[in-house]
Design a binder for this molecule. Sequence first.
Ligand SMILES: [Zn+2]
Length: 639
Amino acid sequence: MTNREDRGEVFKPASLHTCRANAALGTRLDFSDESCFDDARRGFIDTLPDARIETADGRAVWDLSSYAFLEALDPPDSVNPSLWRLARLNRIHGLFEVCERMYQVRGFDIANITIIEGDTGLILIDPLTVCESAAAALALYRRHRGDRPVRCVIYSHSHVDHYGGVEGVVTAAAVARGEVQVIAPEGFMEAAVSENVLAGVPMRRRAMFQFGPTLAAGPRSHVDAGLGKTMGRGTISLVEPTMLVSQPMERHVIDGVEIVFQLTPETEAPAEMNFFFPQFGVLNLAENGCHTMHNLCPLRGARTRDALAWSKYLDAALDEFIDRTDVVIAQHHWPTWGRDRARRFITEQRDLYRVMHDQCLRLMSHGLTPNEIAATFRMPASLASRWHARPYYGAIAHNLRAIYAHYMGPYDGHPASLDPLPPDEAARRTLEYMGGAPAVLERARRDFEAGDYRWVVEVGRHLVFADPGNRPARELVADAMEQLGYQSESSTWRNAYLLGAKELRFGAPRPGPGSVISRKVVSMLPMAMFFDYLAIRVNADRAEGLQLRLDWRMADEGSVHRLTLSHSALSHLPGSHGAHAMATVSTTREQLAAIVAAGEPLARAPDGGLLEIAGDASVVRRLFGTFDEFPSNFNIVEP
Ligand SMILES: [Zn+2]
């Protein structure tokens, strides 16, 4: 280990309290049960050394060599032993046979690609996050199974790790010529392109805390991302589906393979589906049934997911398919073989989401608020002892708060929460009441020595927000977050705590330039969504008093949209303002993509030659002059 983080320059050793906490969990769980390791290795055919995948110019998009430290069976003090177990499982990689005619490549990305041999060619489910990894996975398969052509690609759902690599396995041209079918659940495109558009900037920043891409691999830093090792870094693509599944259950025969699709909207993703293969006795639960308790709201932020619907779709899958199921697979993690084991697995996954949902609602009905519910809920021991129900990606407290928010919104019901002071002012005044920062720091140090890291982080937040220049306070909070990270069973909590500690010690990465949405997304974005995206960039203060009406023509698509700026709000509708238009902007989709991808301030766009302006050009300049530029990084652990 030669990286800075493991030489102790960034992260410190585990404290005695952390060693004890991790050791105690180690005795409560059944580590002698190795069945997941057997399942994860079963059917192994071949792999690439360290699963290293490169771009054409030799840059690694994926390489597990830096995770070699996970070969050790015994966890280091700085990693929760249960998470260590999962991190070891997620390091198993290669091409695996699921059953005759069905294969998976796992560990080449955070997600799996499933490969099915049809009568004349291949059906691929979920072509990974990036093209390079998807191409490498298919090449590895072909080396062993021959050069079969791809006939069909299926996207199980609308998250990028399940479609981004599609152009690594098919070309958009072949799909356009009808040589390859692309199947997705109804609502796929809307969900796929919209997810990161409006809230993309804060989601991307917060995703750094969820996945930990700026943490180096190492026993004191990054060990896993819960669903897989980490995120791939390469070329992301998207090819539009040629067929959408729209009925609750739909049966199709594709290249001789019968598939029953079960739509599961608003579960793990807004558009998602499970699949059953009657010929093979294989049930594929997409991302609705993995070897972890999943997130009901990821740390990056998202609209909360529906735990009740999630549980009900698993129940329906169980009811409909289990009597014909010999193996259950998913698009993350490893298969579970045997009908009885599959039945137990799905039953427990169903009950996992249901019990959190129902108990949260029950406790809400007794008047408990989110943090009280998190402190009160206990997972039934019969579920808590099951490895796939452990909180590796989600976390119980976080999921309970998500269920509360799903029904009740952000307000906890207490009138004191109606109008709280902003955090820096609240911090200054709280510290003043508590006897001043030095006195609070002194007491927090004693609590740190006692191992009360949760409280140190909570109180220390005030110290840093009252005065981000308070170096000893930053160091103390970082020390406490670090120990919480070492104790976390949830990989996402670990990543968040450790990145919090790192940024308290060294500051946030400097904001760099960067386009908020990619060229690819702009090329596929419905124009209505593009204008919504422009509207969130209007700086209300700069737009004060402006009343502007302009028409926006997409010359290549033949569409016209009327934009109205009034009261600092930018609205849009299809059609023209007619004689009331103060100016008309004409452009093409390609020019629009070029403007966005250039990463230049949008205010310069009217003079960049890619927008043709008729009428009063100053109107267009005034509108574009109201647009904010967003930083790629903002502070989170300090004001
Ligand atoms: Zn996924």
